[in-house]
Design a binder for this molecule. Structure first.
Ligand SMILES: O=C(O)CCC(=O)C(=O)O
Ligand SMILES: [Fe+2]
Length: 357
């Protein structure tokens, strides 16, 4: 399957069947997949994958427990909050602002109305490495039947898919097959479950309210499960926003900033945001779950020699420094001063008057 979905005229998020990699198939078939991934990464920076072999029962149980958690009263959910520097547990509506991860300040700060629940890789999984307990924090699990088991099952599947994707990336970039393994063998991965829903009374159509502000994802690659309800919008290279929703059974994949740094922007960390539809004064509920594959905290990310060309746009940085500055923006409200290149792309779109759709 290699159809393009025409989200909007002239713009598409390609569908790529990755089963030749999942099933360790024929090298020729794998080369076709790698070439399609390279083409998508060079153009939109978003793709949708099928053939990932995550059992539908795992996804169904996962989304069911997400629903059970988000249906709890706000005060109960708030018991699962953690301090901003710990990217775990519950984040209520309007407690984060993704545009601050880029250093772009909106008129209203902290106005993203998504609520989220985060789980991630824990230090205790790697007892020999003495990983920092703040980044690799222990998870907090809500008292919801089957939640920990169902979320952990999906987490393991998304993690498997993310690692497979980096094997495809190595082939697509003509790197040794195991190139990314040394950067991801204790990867700082986080799964953010997002719920976009506000009671009707809370909607103020003041133009500032947004599901999730514009941002690039911070790490290597994101595996995004999403409802087919509209709301996710992706910025193209001309500065126009396009609606994107996954085809049946497909997962959305987008590249993060570390991939843009490695490739000196041959591959893009695409800007995206979420604006769920408002129907009869109510926000149409939408859910998503983003699995962020961010790399080892101590990994140094420097532009690949094959991509430096006339000079890299980026200085080397560790995963820990990069992710730390991004989270200080989105979670603690300290605008990130180190994301000028992504921030300039947002401002460019706003200047062209194309910021709203
Ligand atoms: O809700 C979505 O579709 C996107 C979520 C997202 O971009 C994120 O969690 O980083
Ligand atoms: Fe995102």
């Amino acid at each position: 399957m290699d159809a393009m979905t025409a989200a909007t005229e002239g713009f598409g998020v390609p569908i790529i069947d990755i089963s030749p990699y999942i099933r360790n198939g024929d090298p020729a078939d794998r080369a076709v997949v790698a070439a399609k991934v390279d083409a998508a990464a060079c153009s939109v920076g978003f793709m949708q994958i099928v053939g990932h072999e995550i059992p539908s029962a795992v996804i169904e149980e996962f989304t069911a427990v997400m629903d059970d958690f988000f249906a709890l009263p706000l005060e109960v959910k708030k018991a699962y909050r953690t301090p901003p520097e710990i990217n775990r547990g519950y984040a209520p509506p309007r407690s984060e602002s993704l545009s601050l991860s880029l250093g772009v300040e909106q008129a209203d700060r902290m106005n993203d109305f998504f609520e989220a629940f985060n789980v991630g890789v824990e230090a205790r999984e790697y007892p020999d490495l003495a990983l920092p307990e703040d980044h690799y924090a222990a998870n907090t699990w809500p008292a919801v039947d089957h939640f920990e088991a169902a979320v952990s099952a999906y987490f393991a599947e998304a993690r498997r898919v993310a690692h497979t994707l980096t094997r495809i990336f190595a082939d697509a970039l003509d790197l040794p097959a195991d190139f990314f393994e040394g950067f991801t063998d204790h990867s700082l991965d986080v799964l953010r479950m997002n719920n976009y829903a506000l009671p009707p009374g809370e909607i103020e159509l003041d133009g500032e309210l947004t599901g999730m502000g514009e941002h690039t994802d911070y790490g290597i690659v994101t595996v995004l499960w999403a409802d087919q309800v509209k709301g996710l919008q992706v910025l193209d290279r001309q500065g126009r926003w396009h609606d994107v929703s996954p085809e049946d059974g497909a997962l959305l994949i987008n590249l993060g900033d570390l991939m843009a740094r490695w490739t000196n922007e041959r591959w893009m960390s695409t800007l995206h945001r979420v604006k769920p539809p408002i129907v009869d004064g109510s926000i149409e509920r939408r859910r998503s779950a983003a699995y962020f594959h961010d790399g080892n905290i101590d990994a140094m990310i420097a532009t690949l020699p094959s991509c430096v060309g006339a000079g890299s746009r980026y200085s080397p940085i560790t995963v820990g420094e990069h992710i730390g500055a991004k989270l200080a923006g989105s979670r603690a409200g300290r605008p990130n001063p180190y994301a000028q290149r992504e921030a300039e792309r947002v401002r460019h779109a706003m200047r062209r008057g194309l910021g709203q759709q």
